[in-house]
Design a protein around this ligand. Structure first.
Ligand code: ADP
Ligand code: ZN
Ligand code: ZN
Length: 703
C-alpha cells in the first residue's frame, strides 16, 4: 500500500524532536487517499486504538493499525498524535484482520472501511473535543445506563424433528471452521435449528452473531431469542444492530458486543463489522438475499464476509435459505460446504399448492383474474388472511395522454415518474430514481387534452381496487411508502399478526421471512416484469422471491394456496415453482451458467463511471480498458481476464448524471484480484483527467 503523509505546516514540522523516546504509529483515516499515515507518540499505542490526529488543517479520528520501528517518511515531517481515545478497549486483532481483508478484496482504502464501520460517536472528533463532549461518548452513554427491561418468560422449545436434530447437532458439534448450508423449505423450522445450535455455543461461553437481511425481520426473531435466552439463563444478553437505530442505540449495541455483555448479536448486514471477542458461531439467515450486499461506499457482501470471518476465527458459519444463491449451492455440490436439508414443513401442514393462471386469454378486472377474485372471496368467508404481492409501489407506474401519447417522464432521469395518490392536490408524480416530485397536471402538457390516464398498477391502486371488490374486508398495505415513519412497519405487521387485517397488499417487504399464523392465500400480480430483465441473475431472483412469498401461505392453516398470474406459464422458472423444485431449478440454472461461463464459474468486477455527458463516462471507461495494453508489464495477469466494451447503464441518466459501466471477468479469482489492485490505483489519475466519478464493485450482483 502506498504511504503518504499530510503536508505539515512549518510550525509543526519539528514535532518529532520531543525529549521522550518516540513511538511511531501507522494510522488509517477516512480520507479518499490510498494509504496509511504515520504519526508519533510519547507512549506506546497498541494497534486497534482510536486516536485523534491532525490532518492538514483538520483533526480526524483514525485507527492505529501498526507500530512500525521507523516511519515511512522523513521523521522530521511527522506530527504527534493529538489524543489517544482509550475509553474503549482497542479494536480486537481479528476485527483489524477483517477490515484489512475487506479493504483489499473490495479495493478500498483501509480507512474508508474501518471508520465508517464504527458507530458515529466513536469516529467523530466533536464527540471528544469541544463544548459538549465531557468525558467522551462512551462515558456519557454509561452514565445514562438504561434500566433493564422486564426479562422475558422462558418457553418450552418444540421437540426438533429428525432433520432439524441432525442439522443442529452437526452445527453445534463442529470443531473448527466449516460452512454449513442449511437448505430448508419455507416453514421447515430453520429458526429452531439456529436457536438450538446457538444455545450449544452459548453454553460453551461463546458469542453468536445471527444476521437477517431486513430490519423488519428483527422484531419477531428478537422476541423468540429473548424467550429462548431466558430459558438458558443468559437473560438480557441480546443486542440488536441495524441501520434504524439512533446513534446512541448503535453505540450501546456496539459496546455491549465488544465488552462481551451481549452474548447474541442479532443484526442486518452492518453487524458483520461488530467487534465480538468471543465469537463462536455466525448464522446468516436467508443467505441468498440481495440485502446482504451494500450498494454504496464499500460494496461488500456481508454473507461473503461472514464466511471469511468464520474461517479466520476457525468457527462454523451457517448459511440458511429455502432458495440458496447458486454460488452457495455450487459450493455445496462441489463439497466445499456441508449441506443439511429440511425437506418437510415443521408443523403438520403441507407446502401450499401453487397454481399458475394463464392471463393471455383472460379478461382481467383491474389486473385481477376471475380465479384470484374467487379464491380471495373464499378465504374471506373462511376467516383467513390473504396476501397480494406486487413488487411495485405507488398508484400507477406512468401517467399517459390518450390523445397524443404523452407519458410522464422525469426531467432529470431516463425514467417515468410514478403516480402516487394522496387525494386531490396531494397527488404527485414521483421519480423512483432521483426523488423528483411534480404536481399531477390537469391537462396534457403537450396537447392540452384533459384525458390523462394512469397506466399499469402499483400497490396503491391494487389496494383501492380490493376495497371496491371486498367492501367489508379490512385491508392493509405494506410498502416503502406506507412505512416511512419510524415504527410504522412494526405497527402494521403487528396488526396483521393480531388478525386485524383480512387482505394484505405488499411489495417484497412482506415476502421475506414473516411467520403469519392465519394466512391462507397468496396472489402474485405482474411477476412477468422480472422474467425478461437484462440481468443474468433475474430468473434466480424471481424464483427466490416467488418461493419466499409463496412460503407465507398456509404455514399454520391447512390448504395453503398460491396463485401466480402470468402470460408465460411455460417458462422454466414457473414450471419449477409448480413442483416446489429448487434443486431442479438450481441444477438447470448452474448448467446454463457453466455453458456460458458466468458466475459461479467466473468472477466479475464492474467499473461504473458517472459524468455530466455520457461521452465523458464512456471515454473514461475506454481509457481504463486500454491501460493494461499500454502498461502490459504492470498487468502480468491481464491475459487471464476479459474486459468487455463499455456500455451505458439501462437507466442511463439519473439526476442529470449519465452513467456507463465496464465489466471485467475471469475464471481465475487471484488473477482478477491482482489485476484490480493495480488497475484501481491507476484509475484515480485517469478519472481526474476525465473529471468523472467512478466506483469499482467486486462480485457485483446486478449488471
Ligand atoms: P423457516 O424459517 O424454515 O421458514 P420457521 O423457523 O419460521 O421456518 O418455522 C415455521 C414454524 O414452525 C414456526 O412457527 C415454528 O415455531 C414452528 N416449528 C419449528 N420447528 C418445530 C418443531 N420441531 N415442532 C413444531 N413446530 C415447529
Ligand atoms: Zn396529449
Ligand atoms: Zn428522476
Amino acid at each position: 500500500m502506498a504511504l503518504s503523509t499530510p503536508t505539515p505546516s512549518p510550525a509543526q514540522a519539528s514535532a518529532a524532536s520531543v525529549a521522550e523516546p518516540v513511538h511511531w504509529v501507522r494510522v488509517a483515516l477516512d480520507v479518499p487517499l490510498n494509504g496509511l499515515f504515520d504519526y508519533c507518540s510519547a507512549t506506546h499505542i497498541p494497534p486497534g486504538t482510536r486516536v485523534i490526529v491532525p490532518f492538514g488543517r483538520r483533526k480526524l479520528v483514525g485507527v492505529v493499525v501498526a507500530t512500525p520501528a521507523a516511519p515511512a517518511v522523513d521523521a522530521k515531517l511527522i506530527k504527534p498524535v493529538d489524543e489517544i481515545l482509550d475509553d474503549t478497549p482497542p479494536l480486537p486483532a481479528d476485527w483489524l484482520r477483517l477490515a484489512s481483508f475487506a479493504a483489499q478484496y473490495y479495493q478500498r482504502p483501509l480507512g474508508e472501511v474501518m471508520l465508517p464501520a464504527l458507530p458515529a460517536g466513536l469516529r467523530k472528533v466533536s464527540a471528544y473535543q469541544g463544548k459538549r463532549s465531557e468525558g467522551g461518548p462512551v462515558k456519557r452513554m454509561d452514565k445514562r445506563a438504561k434500566p433493564a427491561g422486564k426479562p422475558a418468560q422462558a418457553d418450552t422449545p418444540p421437540l426438533l424433528n429428525s432433520e432439524q436434530t441432525a442439522a443442529a447437532q452437526a452445527i453445534a458439534g463442529q470443531q473448527g471452521h466449516k460452512t454449513i448450508l442449511l437448505h430448508g423449505v419455507t416453514g421447515s423450522g430453520k429458526t429452531e435449528v439456529y436457536l438450538h445450535a446457538a444455545q450449544a455455543v452459548l453454553a460453551q461461553g461463546r458469542q453468536v452473531l445471527l444476521m437477517v437481511p431486513e430490519i423488519n425481520l428483527t422484531p419477531q426473531l428478537e422476541q423468540s431469542l429473548r424467550v429462548r435466552l431466558a430459558g438458558v439463563g443468559v437473560g438480557e444478553s441480546l443486542a440488536v444492530m441495524h441501520s434504524g437505530l439512533s446513534d446512541g442505540e448503535r453505540l450501546r449495541a456496539w459496546m455491549r458486543a465488544q465488552r462481551g455483555e451481549a452474548r447474541v448479536l442479532l443484526g442486518t448486514r452492518l453487524s458483520i463489522f461488530a467487534p465480538l471477542p468471543d465469537l463462536g458461531l455466525i448464522i446468516v439467515d436467508e443467505e441468498h438475499d440481495a440485502s446482504y450486499k451494500q450498494q454504496d461506499g464499500l460494496r461488500y457482501s456481508a454473507r461473503d464476509l461472514a464466511v471469511w470471518r468464520a474461517r479466520d476465527r476457525n468457527i462454523p458459519v451457517v448459511l440458511g435459505s429455502a432458495t440458496p444463491s447458486l454460488e452457495s449451492w455450487n459450493h455445496a455440490e462441489t463439497g466445499h460446504y456441508l449441506r443439511y436439508t429440511l425437506a418437510q414443513r415443521a408443523k403438520a401442514v403441507a407446502l401450499p399448492a401453487i397454481k399458475l393462471v394463464d392471463t393471455r386469454r383472460l379478461a382481467l378486472e383491474q389486473g385481477f383474474s376471475p380465479q384470484l377474485i374467487k379464491a380471495l372471496g373464499e378465504r374471506l368467508e373462511a376467516g383467513q388472511q390473504s396476501l397480494i404481492f406486487l413488487n411495485r409501489r405507488g398508484y400507477a407506474p406512468v401517467l399517459n395522454c390518450t390523445s397524443c401519447g404523452w407519458v410522464s417522464q422525469c426531467p432529470r432521469c431516463t425514467a417515468y415518474t410514478v403516480l402516487h395518490r394522496a387525494g386531490g392536490r396531494r397527488n404527485i408524480l414521483q421519480c423512483h430514481h432521483c426523488g423528483f416530485q411534480a404536481r399531477v397536471p390537469h391537462a396534457c402538457p403537450d396537447c392540452g387534452d384533459q384525458d390523462l390516464k394512469p397506466m399499469g398498477r402499483g400497490t396503491q391502486r391494487v389496494e383501492e381496487h380490493l376495497a371496491e371488490l371486498f367492501p367489508d374486508a379490512r385491508i392493509a398495505r405494506i410498502d416503502a411508502d406506507s412505512t416511512r415513519l419510524k415504527g410504522s412497519a412494526a405497527a402494521l405487521f403487528a396488526k396483521v399478526h393480531a388478525g386485524e387485517v383480512d387482505l394484505l397488499v405488499g411489495t417484497q417487504m412482506v415476502a421475506k421471512g414473516h411467520d403469519f399464523a392465519n394466512l391462507g392465500l397468496v396472489g402474485v400480480l405482474n411477476a412477468d416484469a422480472m422474467l425478461f430483465a437484462q440481468d443474468f441473475r433475474a430468473p434466480e431472483r424471481l424464483f427466490a422471491q416467488l418461493m419466499q412469498v409463496a412460503g407465507r401461505a398456509g404455514r399454520h392453516v391447512k390448504g395453503g394456496e398460491v396463485i401466480i398470474q402470468t402470460d408465460y406459464p411455460e417458462q422454466s422458472v414457473y414450471q419449477a415453482l409448480l413442483r416446489h423444485d429448487y434443486q431442479g431449478f438450481a441444477q438447470y440454472g448452474l448448467a446454463e451458467r457453466q455453458a456460458v461461463g458466468l458466475p459461479p464459474y467466473a468472477y466479475q468486477a464492474l467499473l461504473t463511471a458517472e459524468a455530466r455527458e455520457l461521452a465523458t463516462a464512456l471515454g473514461f471507461l475506454a481509457e481504463a480498458r486500454q491501460l493494461p495494453d499500454q502498461h502490459a508489464q504492470d498487468y502480468p495477469t491481464a491475459s487471464a481476464l476479459t474486459l468487455y466494451d463499455p456500455v451505458p447503464l439501462r437507466v442511463v441518466r439519473v439526476a442529470n448524471i449519465e452513467r456507463a459501466q465496464l465489466l471485467v471477468e475471469s475464471d481465475n479469482r487471484p488473477a482478477l484480484q491482482a489485476f484490480l489492485t493495480t488497475w484501481s490505483a491507476a484509475l484515480a489519475d485517469v478519472a481526474k483527467a476525465f473529471r468523472v466519478r467512478w466506483n469499482l464493485e467486486v462480485d457485483p450482483l446486478e449488471i
